[in-house]
Design a protein around this ligand. Structure first.
Ligand SMILES: [Zn+2]
Length: 104
């Protein structure tokens, strides 16, 4: 298992959240906040959407883990099933940008 978010903040503890996929505690700023819109899980890119949030590493393998564990319905306290296609699309887009580095 990878270790995420071992960042120093002047020796003070930064706010931490647990990734719903791999369950590793990571500083909040390194995690993607997800919110529920209808029965769609969507990335809250600006951190401004209201409601209960779930935290996930911006990593497709964590998304896969979360799905396999049915972590999203549990995190949002709904029966499910939930549609995570928008989260997956977002993560794939990010990876694509990282590997290609094409200016937008
Ligand atoms: Zn994770």
């Amino acid at each position: 298992m990878r270790q995420h978010g071992k960042l120093e903040y002047g020796g003070r503890a930064a706010p931490q959240r647990t990734c719903v996929g791999c369950r590793v505690q990571t500083v909040k700023s390194e995690l993607l906040r997800l919110v529920l819109v209808g029965d769609h899980v969507v990335p809250d890119l600006r951190g401004q959407l209201p409601g209960r949030g779930a935290s996930l590493h911006p990593d497709p393998s964590c998304l896969e883990l979360a799905e396999r564990r049915r972590a999203f319905p549990r995190a949002f306290r709904v029966p499910g099933p939930l549609d995570v296609s928008r989260v997956r699309a977002h993560l794939e887009e990010e990876n694509h940008e990282m590997s290609c580095r094409t200016p937008s």
